[in-house]
Ligand binder design. Structure first.
Ligand SMILES: Cc1ncc(COP(=O)(O)O)c(C=O)c1O
Length: 424
């Protein structure tokens, strides 16, 4: 029955997106599988977007959507936030793109990040992936050790992905020790019983892993166990720093040795940063003998330094962060209410959340990918752009009417496919 509904939805999708199909067919001639960013590949072919304004996007077949992808949290400011747009124009016209030099602006932004996220020192890079790689290098150099404890389902970047039970696509699999997420005993055992642990790297909410929030007692146990063996506790806040003015660590009472950042903090441009305790970050102090090199042509590029600073100082103020988290919590509560008693459920925190569909209706059972695909296809038909995996990341100032319509649309989907979605 699910197959029939899915086949019909796929056929409608293909019929209403001829230009996207043409672009994809064309792309396969120069990009492997027509793709340069794996997460955006979808069957039968991906939708190609043409433009975006505010919190809306328009595809190549002229369908308009409310943007709930929010560029996987990097799109927090939306597509045309006036302060960001004005800052970019001013930077291009009055500053220049690549000065090949240290600038006063990077100092200003570094100070703001240190203040907001309780860091002694910070360094900039170009992505969250890089931020984690450099943080790990700092941990290894400062401890003189090698191994890293990470968690099943964790995602820390393109080459740092830890699906359940596998360390896939990683630099050197022998360096990783996998523990169970949200399981304090498993974490304690992995940290205490492994020799040579340089760092423990953890997300406060597994983002790519399905928006699974960590329990506070788990995170505190991880921090304590790392500290006890002299390992560096690295909190990956690449996604979660938006959840509170001081990031998730401030909500959970954590004090990580290093924090990694990225996404929206570049104001919409490529960005990463890592920072924390002075004695650890000192390994990158070029005045020191044997300092680690941390180069990167675009580390302090003017557009990201200016737009990131303008965004965090003038738009995503502490008050705006608190307000967006409240809006997200309200949406999450309503989505949980309408999905109650069905195979569907939503997990997440604040403005970052994810759909799960499982036979039991509990999110840790196997996902019903067929029903999730049906949901995704039908949400697009109703004008909502969401990720194929079901994750939503809210954009600032998304009108309440769009949020209300989404809740109604989810509710209508559940009713329309009542039999398919009822828990047996
Ligand atoms: C928690 C987390 N860490 C790191 C990354 C990697 O960031 P980037 O895609 O900027 O390399 C991501 C990206 O989704 C992430 O969610």
């Amino acid at each position: 029955m699910a197959e029939a509904a899915l086949e019909a939805a796929r056929a409608r999708f293909t019929a209403r997106n001829p230009n996207s199909k043409r672009i994809h067919d064309d792309a396969t001639g120069s990009l492997p599988g027509g793709n340069t960013r794996s997460v955006l590949h979808t069957a039968p072919f991906p939708v190609a977007m043409k433009s975006g304004k505010g919190c809306h996007v328009v595809d190549e077949d002229d369908h308009e959507y409310v943007d709930f992808v929010g560029e996987f949290t990097a799109g927090l400011y939306g597509h045309s936030q006036p302060i960001i747009v004005e800052t970019l124009h001013r930077t291009i016209e009055q500053v220049g793109l690549n000065l090949g030099a240290c600038t006063a602006q990077e100092v200003q932004y570094a100070k703001l990040l240190c203040e907001r996220f309780s860091l002694d020192r910070v360094r900039f890079c170009n992505s969250g992936t890089e931020a984690n790689l450099h943080a790990l290098a700092a941990a290894r150099r400062s401890t003189g050790r090698k191994k890293v404890v990470v968690f099943e389902g964790g995602y820390h970047g393109a080459v740092l992905s830890f699906g359940h039970g596998v360390a896939a696509n990683n630099v050197d699999a022998s360096d990783w020790v996998l523990a169970k997420y949200n399981d304090a005993d498993s974490a304690r055992a992995a940290i205490a019983e492994t020799a040579d642990v340089a760092a423990v790297l953890v997300e406060g909410m597994q983002g790519a892993g399905g928006c699974i929030p960590a329990r506070q007692d788990f995170l505190i146990a991880v921090q304590e166990a790392a500290t006890k063996v002299g390992a560096i506790f690295i909190l990956d806040e690449v996604m979660t720093s938006r959840l509170a003015p001081g990031g998730l660590q401030s909500m959970m009472g954590l004090s990580p040795d290093l924090t990694t950042l990225g996404k929206y903090l570049g104001g919409g441009l490529a960005f990463g940063a890592f920072g924390g305790r002075e004695h650890v970050m000192r390994v990158y102090d070029p005045r020191e003998r044997d300092a680690l090199a941390h180069s990167g042509t675009f580390n302090n590029n003017t557009l990201a330094m200016h737009a990131g600073f303008a965004g965090l100082s003038r738009v995503y103020t502490p008050e705006a962060s608190e307000s967006l988290t409240r809006v997200g919590e309200d949406l999450l509560r309503r989505l949980r209410t309408v999905t109650q008693g069905t195979k569907a459920t939503f997990t997440g925190m604040g403005s970052i959340m994810s759909l799960h569909i499982t036979d039991s209706g509990i999110c840790d059972a196997g996902e019903r990918e067929d029903l999730k695909e049906l949901f995704w296809l039908e949400m697009m038909e109703s004008g909502f752009w969401i990720t194929r995996r079901g994750m939503l990341a809210l954009i600032l100032d998304t009108p309440q009417a769009d949020l209300d319509r989404f809740v109604d649309t989810v509710s209508a989907f559940l009713q329309r496919h009542g039999e398919l979605l009822a828990v047996a």
